[in-house]
Design a protein around this ligand. Structure first.
Ligand code: ZN
Length: 310
């Protein structure tokens, strides 16, 4: 049964005349932004995500943030939420969330019952891609692939400003393509996923397992840039792995642009040498695919969530 469904407000007016609330429900913080119909940011707020206090506490936090955000708002509004996990497009249950307390819950339905209106929930990498396509580095391109390279590797596909979620909601999850059956164990259950080779978390683990020394990505990169061994060779291999992974992706999707986000997107090498290696592995020897730095930074999550109703 759809408890409380009858009380849920169904938005019926044109979406582009609505105010939009975007919520980035991250592992450590929950952030909200209120956008006017023309996209101006009217309000922003954030608070810690009470992941240790359980699922209900997370629902309470989102409900409170929305109540505070709309307390003086007279106009109608939509709500979109980005989460660090996948919403199974068929069962609507949360899968593979790094805020593990949310796994297996029907987050959308639970929040709709509390907020008394329809909401949309999406993976945070999809929100990143959507925000960059709508108002960031991808705004002048038709199809973009948004890549997140942080602790893990996420991604999202946006075609003509609309998100492509896929049959199961996993479209764009390039980080979990296995490229080496003998590679490192990935948390997803497979071995040798792209994420284990080129994410921040993967690089740190690999460096330690190869050289027996714990180093942050920043330390590895700084040493590599100064020509130190073995970091230089390790970093060169990272660029090659990055190129192989993205080159294969271009051969499948052939997007108009790739936009990089997450902590590793600050590495200038990715846009020159990394792009060269990428094009080497693309099934077109003179591919022109731009690899662009994101423009919205950490704000892409909340903006993308707000744009889920665009
Ligand atoms: Zn994996």
């Amino acid at each position: 049964m759809d408890n409380g469904r009858s009380a849920i407000k169904i938005a019926s007016v044109a979406m582009d005349s609505m105010h939009r609330i975007g919520i980035d429900l991250g592992g450590t913080k929950t952030e909200v932004a209120l956008l006017s119909p023309d996209g101006a940011v009217l309000k922003r707020d954030r608070r810690p995500t009470p992941a240790e206090q359980g699922y209900e506490a997370i629902l309470d936090t989102v409900t409170d943030l929305v109540a505070e955000t709309v307390s003086s708002l007279k106009e109608d509004y939509t709500i979109g939420i980005g989460i660090p996990g996948i919403v199974d497009a068929r069962t609507e249950l949360v899968l593979n969330a790094n805020t593990t307390i949310m796994i297996g819950h029907p987050l959308r339905k639970d929040l709709e019952a509390r907020l008394k209106r329809q909401i949309r929930v999406q993976n945070d990498a999809n929100c990143f891609a959507l925000a960059e396509a709508q108002q960031g580095a991808g705004r002048n391109y038709g199809m973009i692939f948004g890549v997140i390279m942080g602790t893990g590797c996420g991604g999202g596909i946006v075609i003509d400003k609309k998100l492509h979620g896929g049959l199961h909601g996993i479209a764009g999850e390039w980080g979990h393509v296995s490229i080496d059956p003998n590679g490192p164990q990935c948390w997803c259950g497979n071995r040798g996923c792209i994420e284990t080779f080129i994410s921040g978390g993967g690089l740190q683990k690999r460096f330690e397992s190869m050289y027996g020394e714990k180093k942050t990505v920043e330390q590895i990169v700084a040493s590599a840039r100064s020509g130190a061994a073995p970091e230089q060779e390790f970093f060169d291999r990272f660029l090659e792995d990055f190129g192989r992974a993205l080159g294969g992706l271009i051969s499948i999707l052939d997007p108009d642009a790739i936009i990089l986000g997450g902590g590793l997107s600050n590495l200038v090498e990715l846009y020159e040498e990394g792009r060269k290696r990428t094009l080497k592995y693309t099934f077109h020897k003179n591919a022109a695919t731009p690899i662009l730095r994101n423009e919205l930074g950490d704000s892409a999550g909340v903006f993308g969530a707000a744009h889920l109703w665009s």
